[in-house]
Design a protein around this ligand. Structure first.
Ligand SMILES: NC(=O)c1ccc[n+]([C@@H]2O[C@H](COP(=O)([O-])OP(=O)(O)OC[C@H]3O[C@@H](n4cnc5c(N)ncnc54)[C@H](OP(=O)(O)O)[C@@H]3O)[C@@H](O)[C@H]2O)c1
Length: 243
């Protein structure tokens, strides 16, 4: 039986690259995001075995509608939830509305997907939420985004224990990946990788047993070390890295 995988945030970037890799490996996909046109184009390019189900993860009604539609298609083996917004800028310059939207999409959206996951996953199926290395340590210019990603990491840790034995909860923490999201950054991004390389790392990690999938390791281990240091040591390094 081909694997059935629901990718949320499939219309662009890492999600679209994951869709191409998994479709090439024979999986049957459900592709979700807000941009129906982009999803339809992607599905068409991948072949006949895939469904498009539009969703706005910030809107609970939309999440519930998508859940009903997907449940009718049959149980899925994995949900990979990547939908997120990023709007960098100085804290005094970011609009309050944009910040609230980032919290709702990135953090509340992940909570919504965790709540409906048991309705669409087969018993023992996988739920992967997407944090970021920006959630290990707060990055300047991306404060509200970093804070939501720290929240997603914490949420995934809670769910891992709470859903143990029923759902295989995983956490994906990418470093810098070359997508429309990072094209907004004005600083040098070390160890940047392509969405295709990110997709390979995610698929490999989800097929193994570790809770956290983080990549590229040469960058993520450095940031893990930084976050383990006392603040008097880590904060000056962070400041130097990002100015
Ligand atoms: N790129 C990086 O360097 C990097 C690093 C660390 C973590 N990440 C994380 O990796 C994930 C994917 O990032 P990416 O770089 O591939 O970003 P991206 O290219 O901007 O893709 C984001 C996806 O999320 C969807 N989306 C946004 N808001 C949504 C909403 N309200 N409801 C449903 N879908 C929504 C977008 O589609 P629509 O606009 O059509 O809805 C798009 O498909 C994100 O969680 C991001 O935080 C990325």
């Amino acid at each position: 039986m081909p694997e059935r995988i629901w990718i949320i945030g499939a219309s662009d970037g890492i999600g679209a690259a994951l869709a191409r890799s998994w479709a090439a490996a024979g999986a049957h996909l459900i592709l979700s995001a807000r941009s129906t046109d982009k999803l339809n184009d992607l599905a068409q390019s991948l072949g006949p075995d895939h469904h498009v189900v539009p969703i706005d993860v910030a809107d609970r009604h939309s999440v519930d509608q998508a859940t009903l539609e997907i449940a009718q298609l049959g149980q899925v083996d994995r949900i990979v939830h990547l939908a997120a917004l990023y709007d960098p800028g100085k804290v005094t310059e970011v609009s309050a509305d944009a910040a609230a939207q980032i919290v709702t999409v990135n953090l509340t959206g992940s909570f919504h997907i965790a709540q409906i996951a048991p309705k669409v996953l087969r018993p023992g199926g996988q739920l992967a939420l997407c944090g970021s290395v920006a959630g290990y340590v707060g990055l300047p210019q991306g404060q509200i985004y970093s804070a939501t990603k720290a929240g997603v990491i914490n949420l995934a840790q809670s769910l891992r224990s709470e859903m143990a034995g029923k759902i295989d909860v995983r956490l994906i923490n990418p470093g810098f990946v070359d997508t429309q999201l990072t094209q907004k950054n004005t600083f040098d991004m070390p160890a940047m990788i392509t969405p295709e390389a990110a997709a390979r790392a995610i698929i490999k990690g989800l097929n193994q047993r570790r809770f956290e999938i983080h990549f590229p390791r040469r960058f993520t281990y450095f940031l893990k070390l930084l976050s383990a240091l006392p603040y008097w040591a880590s904060l000056p390094i962070m400041r130097r890295l990002t100015t």
